[in-house]
Design a protein around this ligand. Structure first.
Ligand code: AMP
Ligand code: MG
Length: 207
């Protein structure tokens, strides 16, 4: 497979979005780490992520949206908890992932067979533009071979995934360099499953 290396110009973003619409896999910058993106609503596209990374199929993926309204518009979950709305108001776009009960729209490949789905609204402008332009939502784990360090530059992504993905969009070095905080919204009170840039101290006043 030939891997295109693109910049984050308007034209390159359109090219990336077009590939994603057609079921391709693309390395994209986000504010946490580089992600390996595919159309989250297309099971065949999602399978390519697992193949490129050598990721075990039982490890679920985070779905990236470009507006809070995507959740309802695309019917991604059965119910948005009130607390999730409050946390989204406070911390989205940003490095917070929230887990909710999934609808049938989310393929089992994304949720790894669970009845829940992890959702995040990234703050990175290029990530937002690619999602918006693709017209869908994107499953995107870190853009590395499973087990190797998460990539913070397009160069890191290229070292791991050249020949294994369709395209890499170079958006420069990421800001944060650590993964998003993962919060399970299906339990009361919400539970942190993975610590990250948004801490319990930051979220407590909101919930
Ligand atoms: P990453 O490889 O950084 O994209 O991390 C994705 C991680 O999010 C997975 O390894 C899980 O730990 C977590 N995750 C994603 N979806 C779910 C889910 N439905 N329930 C619980 N954890 C999830
Ligand atoms: Mg990872």
């Amino acid at each position: 497979m030939k891997t295109l290396l693109l910049k984050n110009t308007e034209e390159d973003i359109k090219t990336a979005a077009e590939l994603l619409k057609n079921g391709g896999v693309v390395g994209i910058p986000t504010e946490t780490v580089y992600g390996l993106a595919a159309d989250a609503l297309n099971p065949e596209a999602v399978k390519k992520i697992f193949k490129a990374k050598g990721r075990p199929g039982d490890n679920p993926l985070i779905v990236h949206i470009c507006d809070f309204s995507d959740i309802e518009r695309l019917n991604l979950v059965t119910k948005i908890p009130d607390t999730a709305k409050k946390l989204a108001d406070a911390f989205w776009p940003g490095p917070l992932t929230m887990i909710m009960k999934k609808s049938d729209v989310i393929p089992n490949e994304v949720s790894a067979g669970l009845d829940t789905v992890a959702i995040r609204f990234p703050s990175h402008k290029t990530a937002q533009a690619i999602i918006r332009e693709s017209g869908t939502v994107l499953a995107a784990p870190s853009a590395n071979i499973s087990g190797s360090p998460s990539p913070t530059t397009a160069q890191h992504v290229a070292e791991d995934l050249t020949g294994r993905v369709d395209m890499i969009v170079d958006g420069g070095a990421v800001e944060i360099g650590v993964e998003s905080t993962i919060l399970d919204m299906t339990v009361e009170p919400p539970m942190i499953l993975r610590p990250g840039a948004i801490t319990a101290d930051m979220m407590e006043p909101v919930v």
